[in-house]
Design a protein around this ligand. Structure first.
Ligand code: NAD
Length: 473
């Protein structure tokens, strides 16, 4: 008898599209916590990576890239009503898979909204259309006529994904600590009103990864603790951020959209070339990359308070990512090569030295207690004891995939949903045992701390939490 809790029985078939670092880390969690069998699971992936893991678990592995042309022929025999497609690939259009799953009556989950190959970097497409904002608008437009259809969960990894649940828990914690009666927020409007009442100006997804391998990055090599292709793609997209109602200095290189919800903006430079100041409990304050991510857009949109068309309140929201040190060197080399990808790639897994952690959480700032970080401080050592085929970074993602899949199985007719719209308590309950220490910590730090020690700077001292102060120029 397994010592692992089975959260849900699932009689249908499960198909993985893609089986890289995330897929390989998810599979053991699915087999532990979902009532299914290896024979009911099939993997379709473009290369042989992970084929040995599939053999280890007795799962069928089909080596074949999914393309716009072969999608139906390949996947129709594998998926029908009541089955589940878990999309953990790169280079496969999420929207095409969502439409296909809806037609087949199958459930769906992905960890980011991917376009077909080239969609992120094709310069013939205007920059505004190469954003996650545009991808999200396209995905949300698929809701029309698919309400109450089979559940399709968008962007449910760690971030985007679990961090939306962290934001809700963090808001409740701040409310309790500052004597604000939070009540029992349920709807989007309830959560937005709470964020407004608390006075949250800024939400960073603040992450510092300190995992390291004894074999250091070599020239011409891109090293990371998760998908190199995924990181380079999103790092090459324009920097994007949810644009808060408190902001008084519109960036000179900033652009608004002439389509969609208008809750975020983009800069005319890639996120991997855009640095911001942020803070996590163990690292203290540091510089991070403002890589575009789905949560920057969905969280800011979700927490917007409007009166008619007028925005009364919205937090600024963006990612602030310090990847592992060798990934920082890799990004530095990549930007120096004008975003021509290095020929060698390495995802760190078994070779990672003991001692590193991935400190991943949300920093909610601008309220009466200044700033509060809430998140996971999972170490590589704990990750290894918790689940095979994972490092600290992947486990934070894979357990969030697991919780999203379970939530979809438990709520199979929700149509297309974003993390912000899911039950945060149920998801966190499933994730918690795999996150290592989950802590909430206040800080006095703000982006003006220790500034102008060497040179005068153009700062807005009347409000530390202006993006102008946060951005590194
Ligand atoms: P990876 O690079 O390790 O693996 C990608 C996989 O996709 C490989 O197995 C590859 O063979 C497969 N693939 C590529 N083209 C394909 C095609 N046409 N058809 C089928 N399979 C194809 O990536 P990863 O680290 O496992 O990440 C997977 C996805 O998850 C990426 O999109 C990444 O951005 C996303 N991700 C999200 C989060 C999050 O927290 N939300 C975190 C990490 C990764």
């Amino acid at each position: 008898m397994s010592q692992h809790k089975v959260h849900v029985e699932f009689p249908g078939r499960i198909v993985f599209v893609g089986f890289g670092s995330i897929g390989q880390g998810v599979l053991p969690l699915i087999l532990r916590h979902i009532g299914t069998q290896a024979e009911r699971i099939t993997i379709v992936s473009a290369d042989e990576r992970g084929a040995d893991v599939a053999v280890h678990f007795g799962v069928r592995f089909i080596k074949q890239a999914v393309t716009a042309e072969n999608l139906r022929g390949l996947l129709e025999p594998l998926l029908s009503s009541g089955d589940f497609l878990i999309n953990v690939s790169v280079d496969v259009s999420s929207c095409a898979l969502i439409e296909f799953c809806h037609e087949r009556g199958a459930l769906y989950l992905d960890t980011c909204i991917e376009p077909w190959p080239g969609g992120y970097t094709d310069k013939s497409i205007p920059a505004a259309r190469r954003t996650n904002y545009a991808l999200r608008e396209t995905a949300l437009a698929l809701r029309q006529g698919r309400e109450n259809g089979p559940t399709a969960v968008l962007t449910h990894g760690a971030n985007p994904g679990m961090v939306s649940h962290f934001v809700k828990q963090a808001m409740l914690n701040i409310a309790a600590d500052t004597g604000v009666a939070a009540g029992n927020p349920q709807s989007r409007a309830d959560w937005a009103a709470l964020a407004h009442t608390l006075g949250i100006k800024v939400i960073h997804v603040a992450e510092r990864d300190t995992q390291v391998s004894p074999v250091r990055k070599r020239p011409g090599e891109f090293v990371n603790t998760w998908s190199v292709d995924g990181f380079v793609s999103e790092g090459s997209q324009p920097c994007e951020l949810g644009w808060g109602s408190h902001e008084r200095h519109f960036p000179a290189d900033g652009h608004r959209y002439d389509f969609g919800r208008g809750s975020s903006i983009y800069l005319s430079q890639p996120g991997a070339a855009t640095k911001v100041r942020t803070w996590t409990p163990k690292a203290g304050h540091f510089h991070a990359f403002a890589i575009t991510h789905g949560e920057s857009i969905s969280i800011a949109d979700y927490l917007t308070v409007k009166s008619g068309d007028q925005v009364l309140y919205r937090p600024t929201a963006h990612y602030a990512y310090h990847p592992c040190d060798d990934a920082v060197l890799s990004v530095h080399e990549l930007t120096g090569r004008n975003f021509v990808m290095q020929s060698e790639q390495r995802i760190l897994m078994n070779e990672i030295s003991s001692g590193g952690i991935d400190e991943l959480g949300v920093l909610l700032a601008g309220h009466t207690r200044n700033a509060y970080w809430y998140g996971s401080q999972l170490s590589i050592d704990e990750a290894r004891t918790l689940c095979p085929f994972n490092n600290a970074t992947s486990l934070q993602v894979t357990v969030a995939v697991l919780s999203g899949v379970i939530w979809a199985m438990e709520n199979p007719r929700q149509g297309i949903v974003e993390p912000d719209e899911m039950d945060f308590r149920r998801n966190l309950e499933i994730c918690m045992p795999y996150l290592g220490p989950v802590v909430g910590e206040y800080t006095d730090w703000n982006p003006l701390t220790d500034r102008e020690r060497l040179f005068p700077e153009d700062l807005d001292r009347s409000d530390p939490w202006q993006f102008k102060n946060i951005r590194v120029r």
